[in-house]
Design a protein around this ligand. Structure first.
Ligand SMILES: [Zn+2]
Length: 292
């Protein structure tokens, strides 16, 4: 597990901590999804009736190279999402509110190989959520521990999940995730889990609101908190504004979560790395810890 990974030129990599943002294609949303434009059920209606599209937004997942192994946060989307019949036709959200551009080469498996890694060497995959855009590459990680919250797993499997854009019918048969519990104190106002790594650097925090079981992954490294936010908010700006998104299962809970993240980012250097923010690669390269 700790052997060095060959880089594409065949040389050995030293086992330093490195973060790779892996863009698994693009998606366009309705603007009313990024920032909620109504409260209650009206927020969903505003998405379905919105005639505008956002610009193309990325679908990121992240690889963390760590001395104890390779760790993924989310798995991006699959190119198959664009195939007719992949999601049921009756699902109005998928039919009216999402537009994908993903090629087979954009999937996480081929991209890891191009970076010089074997997906089979990944130790663990933290799933911030199991919704579309996050779980599409699960099939590449059969040998990894797949880590998810109890609420997220239950929500995805209970039928209501299919209405809310979970596609368990496409997940691998072998999928038997490890349920993470949040019994290791707090990171700021967010309940935290036991660490994934022996050095305590990687762990999870509860970030409910977008989905009831939403979690984020955290890497503490070089004096920074790298905050892998998933869809806690779509953008750093909407975290800084502490504004709910249009799809949030519980908007007031999401606002509370975002205020806690903002408070944390104001008290410690924090690099905010959500799934769909077009600015994350620059932010990562610059170690940009500002809060918009
Ligand atoms: Zn997402």
């Amino acid at each position: 597990m700790t052997r060095p990974n060959p880089s594409p030129d065949g040389t050995k990599r030293s086992r330093m901590i490195r973060i790779h943002a892996i863009k698994t294609g693009c998606v366009q949303f309705r603007p009313a999804q990024i920032r909620a434009r109504a409260s209650g059920l009206g927020r969903w209606w505003r998405i379905f009736s919105d005639r505008e599209w956002t610009r193309e937004m990325p679908i990121y997942c992240y690889l963390i190279e760590h001395p104890e192994g390779l760790f993924m946060v989310d798995t991006g989307e699959t190119a198959r999402i664009a195939e007719p019949g992949f999601m049921p036709r009756w699902n109005p959200y998928v039919r009216r509110a999402l537009r994908y551009r993903i090629s087979p080469e954009d999937e996480v498996g081929p991209q890891l190989k191009r970076l010089g890694f074997d997906p089979g060497d990944v130790s663990a995959v933290v799933m911030t959520s199991l919704a579309l855009g996050h779980a599409g590459g699960l099939a590449y990680f059969r040998r990894a521990r797949i880590v998810v919250s109890a609420q997220e797993w239950a929500g995805a499997m209970n039928g209501v999940g299919r209405l809310a854009a979970y596609p368990p019918q496409h997940w691998p048969d072998w999928l038997a995730p490890r349920i993470v519990t949040f019994n290791a104190g707090q990171l700021g106002g967010l309940p935290r889990s036991q660490p994934l790594t022996g050095d305590g650097a990687i762990y999870m925090v509860r970030t409910p609101g977008h989905t009831p079981g939403h979690i984020a992954a955290v890497l503490e490294h070089a004096g920074c908190v790298f905050f892998f936010a998933g869809d806690a908010s779509y953008l750093r700006a909407t975290m800084a504004e502490a504004v709910a998104d249009g799809m949030a299962s519980n908007p007031s809970q999401q606002v509370k979560t975002l205020k806690a993240i903002r408070e944390l980012a104001q008290s410690r250097p924090l690099v905010y790395l959500p799934t769909h923010d077009p600015d994350v690669e620059r932010r990562l390269a610059d170690r940009d810890v500002s809060v918009d």
